[in-house]
Ligand binder design. Structure first.
Ligand code: NAG
Ligand code: NAG
Ligand code: NAG
Ligand code: NAG
Ligand code: NAG
Ligand code: NAG
Ligand code: NAG
Ligand code: NAG
Length: 442
């Protein structure tokens, strides 16, 4: 019975923390560090305590002394009580002897986990007027509100992927234990059903509201699957962002199977871009310090360049493994690897159409990132987009590669472009080689 109860409590805690943000990290060798404020306010956070996962580091250079109590292993508790009193409980006696030497005003960073004055985001205060109670191992400070940017000369923020798996430290106060198998990468699955290995929304229509066309031209089995990790570096002064660099690494495959099936003749047409889905993903954040909200968006369009009757099926899969994308959000310079040699598979090509025609279907999966650092001091929208176009041409007559003049030559190709965007600025960065998915003489 008792055991059950413990499991229940543990389960609840995991759920709560999983849906929350990064965890403040405490350096494990910091027990003997002197308890001194400095002018470097440093905070370190991890998505998962045992890894692998993203880690975030923030550093503010302040023009008065500042301290982050989470950087000291012996700071056991922070309470924010009545009359603005902030009480720290310390397990290292020597640390108490350092406090009387503190300046009269010190910036303190109180991370979201302490829920200071009922707040669930990172808070900054100016503290002073210390009073120590060594028997209780506590020190009280009075506090004033602090607009930290007023005291910040420069800042830097870094986000990186950490592949390492750390041993679970057995600690009684470890309330922040996480589910080991938690997915910490950014999931790039769009319309992908892992149980069937194919689209969760088969036969979605390219066009909405266009009579009859929508019924006859569908994305039979279209989805993307993959995962990515994100790196970021943002630094500057409160008035000027001097560097903002983003990197995205991962694996992605895009499956496009298009089908046309029409018993009546449809006229040539082209559809505008239609947003098929937008999937908001788990936010990477340290409340009050930074917020990165990723979303996956799938846009599609289609074109038929002459009238058409009949059935047409074609498709393929294009995959990029271990791609790396890096871009400076300031000067828009990019560095991309892993997109130049995609692997591809072609799917069956079949038709009963009788005339020359060109049909194409385009899928544009987009990974969009909404970044905010220090409550909007830095606020950017950025991301990458792959535009993959499956084109089918059927031609009759001279100039096609079939033996007989009246034979229908059916060709299917997959083309792609990689682009990136910052705010409303879109930059094409790469066109991967056109892939020949096959050709038939009918
Ligand atoms: C310290 O106490 C004085 C007098 O009560 C007060 O004016 C001041 O704001 C306090 N300092 C801080 C940092 O809270
Ligand atoms: C610290 O503040 C708490 C109330 O917030 C009070 O009970 C305690 O006596 C104070 N300790 C010292 C040393 O001032
Ligand atoms: C530094 O401190 C002074 C007050 O001592 C303040 O006026 C100034 O705005 C602060 N911030 C920076 C970035 O220098
Ligand atoms: C759509 O198809 C219906 C019959 O299925 C036909 O009556 C109608 O005229 C068609 N509309 C267009 C725009 O082709
Ligand atoms: C902003 O930073 C850039 C790059 O370091 C520098 O060239 C520029 O002069 C800075 N602008 C201001 C207003 O400080
Ligand atoms: C900007 O940050 C990136 C990533 O940390 C680094 O590689 C690059 O050299 C920096 N650029 C400048 C101009 O400092
Ligand atoms: C991509 O796949 C490779 C090999 O399968 C793997 O080592 C790597 O961790 C993957 N990257 C991501 C971001 O999933
Ligand atoms: C581009 O990225 C690759 C691999 O990530 C790296 O080796 C290379 O130095 C980078 N080039 C530039 C110009 O930054």
């Amino acid at each position: 019975m008792f055991k059950l109860l413990i499991y229940h409590i543990l389960f609840c805690m995991i759920v709560v923390v999983t849906s929350a943000s990064f965890i403040a990290k405490t350096p494990q060798n910091s027990f003997n560090q002197p308890f001194h404020p400095t002018t470097k306010l440093y905070g370190s956070y991890a998505q998962s305590i045992n890894g692998p996962g993203h880690v975030a580091n923030i550093e503010l250079n302040t023009n008065i002394s500042s301290i982050n109590p989470d950087s000291f292993e012996y700071v056991q508790n922070i309470q924010c009580g009545q009359d603005g009193i902030i009480t720290l409980t310390l397990s290292n006696e020597a640390a108490f002897h350092d406090i009387p030497n503190w300046p009269s005003k010190v910036i303190i960073l109180v991370s979201d986990k302490w829920k200071c004055f009922g707040q669930s985001t990172t808070q900054f205060y100016l503290i002073g007027n210390q009073s120590i109670d060594e028997t209780k191992r506590q020190v009280n400070f009075t506090s004033e509100p602090c607009e930290v940017l007023k005291w910040t000369e420069s800042y830097s923020f870094d986000l990186a992927w950490d592949q390492s798996i750390k041993p679970i430290k057995k600690r009684t106060k470890n309330l922040y234990l996480r589910d080991f198998d938690q997915q910490t990468k950014i999931d790039l699955d769009i319309l992908f059903d892992s149980k069937t290995g194919s689209s969760s929304q088969p036969n979605f229509k390219f066009s909405i509201g266009q009579n009859n066309i929508s019924e006859s031209l569908v994305c039979k089995n279209c989805f993307t699957k993959g995962s990515a990790t994100i790196g970021l570096h943002v630094s500057g002064t409160p008035l000027n962002i001097t560097n903002a660099t983003i990197s995205i690494s991962g694996n992605l495959s895009i499956n496009v199977d298009v089908a046309v099936s029409t018993s009546v003749t449809i006229q040539k047409f082209s559809t505008p871009d239609i947003q098929i889905v937008e999937i908001p993903l788990t936010v990477l954040n340290v409340p009050g310090l930074f917020n990165l909200g990723p979303a996956l968006i799938l846009v599609a369009n289609a074109k038929v360049d002459s009238s058409l009757t009949g059935i047409l099926n074609t498709g393929g899969e294009i995959s990029f493994s271990n791609f790396q994308f890096q871009a400076s959000l300031i000067d828009k310079k990019t560095n991309v690897t892993g997109f130049d040699k995609p692997q591809f598979k072609s799917h069956k090509l079949s038709t009963d159409i009788k005339a020359s025609v060109g049909v194409s279907g385009t899928l544009k999966p987009q990974l969009a990132l909404d970044l905010s650092v220090l409550n909007g001091l830095v606020s950017l929208k950025t991301g990458i987009q792959i535009e993959s176009t499956l084109g089918i041409t059927a031609s009759i007559g001279n100039g096609n590669s079939c033996k007989k003049n009246n034979q229908l030559n059916l060709k299917s190709t997959l083309n792609g472009d990689l682009g990136f965007f910052v705010q409303n600025f879109v930059e094409p960065i790469f066109t991967f080689p056109s892939l020949d998915l096959g050709s038939l003489c009918l």
